[in-house]
Write a protein that binds this ligand. Sequence first.
Ligand SMILES: [Zn+2]
Ligand SMILES: [Zn+2]
Ligand SMILES: [Zn+2]
Ligand SMILES: [Zn+2]
Length: 363
Amino acid sequence: MAESENDTSFGRVELGFVEQTEAWLVQSCQFPSKVGGKPAWLSMSDLPNPDGLLCNKCRQPVVFLLQIYAPFNGKPFTFHRSLFVFICKNPQCYEVNDNRCFKVFRSQLARKNDFYPYNPPKSNKSDGRNTDEKEAVQSYNIKLCSVCGCSAPKSCSQCHMARYCGREHQLIHWKAGHKQQCSKKDFSDPSVPENTFLFPEYLIVTELEELTPEKSTSEVNDDTQQYLPTENNSSDDCDCVNEKDLEAFAKHESLDIKVFTKFKERISNEPDQILRYCRGGSPLWVCDKIPSKVEIPNCDCGAERIFEFQIMPQLLNHLNVDHIGASIDWGTLVIYTCKDSCDQGNKYTAEFLWKQDFSSDDV
Ligand SMILES: [Zn+2]
Ligand SMILES: [Zn+2]
Ligand SMILES: [Zn+2]
Ligand SMILES: [Zn+2]
């Protein structure tokens, strides 16, 4: 995400798109926005603990979905700032407008911090960025699960080398090849040969949303404004669909037509968008079932939470999650974060996600 100078930049929507990537581009020291793979942690200490990364429905570990790098000026402790989203891989956990199988965390650091150099990383591949990354990881002795890349308090009881967040991932790793590694004491490649737990990895690139003049006019005259939950930017809200997906969406007949039409129109300009970023703006809803202010809990610091970004259904096309029958699915995932983006040192702070499905009447 581009750095915003101050609150006056509220209102412009940044769109995110997936792009093929190379491993070096998505390492922590490049401060990436990315989908899939393992998390590129920002703070290298006080990672979310394994209990905090269990699905609230099935109690299985959630998988990393995406992270965005979204720093902003004005506060020293938001010089580096990343948001991380995790989801459950069990399709049975997905119920309409139910957020219990999602987790969001915020991490932020001052320019002078415990992990990264004061000056930005070299953007050139040949400039030793791997060294920086290794140093950061090694000097803080960060122990990561061989399967999911999250905090790993447990290790293999035989070799004491491979590390895990818990039993589930130890079992996955054992079946995927650690059985052989462990007995041969061969740890030249500690990764899982075929890591089917993780989503495919992509870089997220962004651009500002362009609205055509006609579209802007129809926005102003659009009476779906009344569905927006907050008072922000009513004439230039951040509302924001994929031509081929529209046919599928259309079968949800009970959908609120006005809201859905607005959604459809707004994304038709850039049908491949996988996220919309507009901190302090308003989300683009897919139906009229939206959270009231009381349904968005305040941050632990006491401050209210504001809209920051939303994940679009187009992302599902890139995750290889389609199965016959039950499937991981959403209309949009709307992320709200602390209005003050409060300073929590090196800790990861839980934030709030609202899942909205295409119809509120399917229950
Ligand atoms: Zn679950
Ligand atoms: Zn794990
Ligand atoms: Zn072992
Ligand atoms: Zn806060």
